[in-house]
Ligand binder design. Structure first.
Ligand code: UDP
Length: 313
């Protein structure tokens, strides 16, 4: 079962598990998901869909072997718009799914995030770093829900002996990201294609490290089937400033009308972020294979289909 199945990562996970021969039950309440992402799965016998909010009691008939909990608003503007739902899906939703996993004797993998490290004082971030989070800042609703989620998951593991896995996901990109989700890559691609200003927040010196979705899915697949229950970072260590990232997208889209503009830096925006993936390398024999230039080309193919350009390029 995959929660958040109509979302960006959830839908790619569903594809992968179906390809591996699993029967997939997908769940979503579509507050940020989109059925277009999974429309191709509906005709398949191996796929079932439930429209449900996992913050409410979750009932699934029959056997269940694996649960992957990927339901949550995940972009800063989404969780600012839906702070209570964000807190609920990370806490109450996670509790419901842990309870379901316990009753079905299923293994559960929980989607955590690099946001548990907050605006990190240690660089790059290793799993044993405890983070620097402002609990009451605008990002607190997401960061603290995810930190609670990890604590709850470990409690079910330690107290009930539940088989649990925790992945800390760093910035990920690829086809099926929502055009209007506010995150940097959909924003820059859609602005470049439309011939608008790319909205660099602040001076653009803040850094992120972007992982192509296929690499992430491979890591999650390996982690689920591993026997490691503590949190594992998955991401691409190749770090770039947001300003340089804007230039990469300008060059790729090559729309003469597109240019760079500056908007204010959001409150508590992390200044730098780069995963230390030594643990994933060691226990999963995993590292990203898709370079940013390759991944951006693949993603551009998607965005040029879904974003209407200005017709001049
Ligand atoms: N950002 C930006 N312009 C945008 C959207 C985001 O400069 O239109 C910056 C944002 O301030 C942050 C980085 O890009 O430093 C990544 O933001 P995103 O919302 O994608 O995710 P985050 O990593 O902050 O959760």
């Amino acid at each position: 079962m995959i929660t958040g199945v109509a979302g960006f990562i959830g839908s790619h996970l569903a594809d992968r598990f179906i390809k591996e021969g699993y029967h997939v039950i997908g769940m979503d309440n579509l507050i940020t998901g989109n059925l277009d992402n999974i429309a191709h799965l509906f005709p398949l016998k191996a796929f079932e869909y439930y429209h449900h909010d996992v913050s409410k009691f979750v009932h699934v008939p029959g056997e269940l072997h694996y649960i992957l909990h990927f339901a949550s608003p995940a972009s800063p503007i989404d969780y600012l718009r839906m702070p209570i739902q964000t807190l609920k899906v990370g806490s109450l939703g996670t509790h419901n799914l842990l309870g379901l996993a316990k009753s079905k004797k299923a293994r559960i993998l929980i989607a955590s995030t690099s946001e548990v490290y907050g605006d990190p004082l240690v660089h790059p971030q290793r799993e044993d770093y405890w983070g620097n989070v402002n609990p009451i800042g605008p990002r607190g609703v997401y960061d603290e829900a995810k930190r609670f989620q990890e604590a709850m998951t470990m409690a079910y593991h330690n107290y009930h002996g539940l088989e649990t896995r925790i992945v800390r996901i760093f910035n990920t990109y690829g086809p099926r990201m929502r055009v209007e989700d506010g995150r940097v890559l959909p924003a820059f691609f859609s602005q470049a294609i439309r011939g608008e200003g790319l909205t660099v927040f602040g001076d653009g010196k803040q850094t992120r490290s972007f992982c192509y979705v296929d690499d992430l899915v491979e890591g999650i697949y390996r982690l689920l089937l591993s026997n490691y229950h503590l949190p594992v970072n998955l991401g691409n260590p190749s770090e770039i400033t947001i300003m340089d990232f804007a230039h990469e997208i300008l060059k790729l889209v090559n729309n003469p009308k597109a240019h760079i503009i500056h908007n204010p830096l959001p409150v508590d925006d992390p200044k730098q972020r780069q995963p230390d993936i030594s643990l994933a390398k060691k226990i999963l024999d995993w590292e990203p294979k898709v370079s940013r230039s390759e991944g951006l080309k693949l993603t551009y193919e998607y965005f040029r289909q879904v974003v209407k350009g200005d017709g001049n390029h």
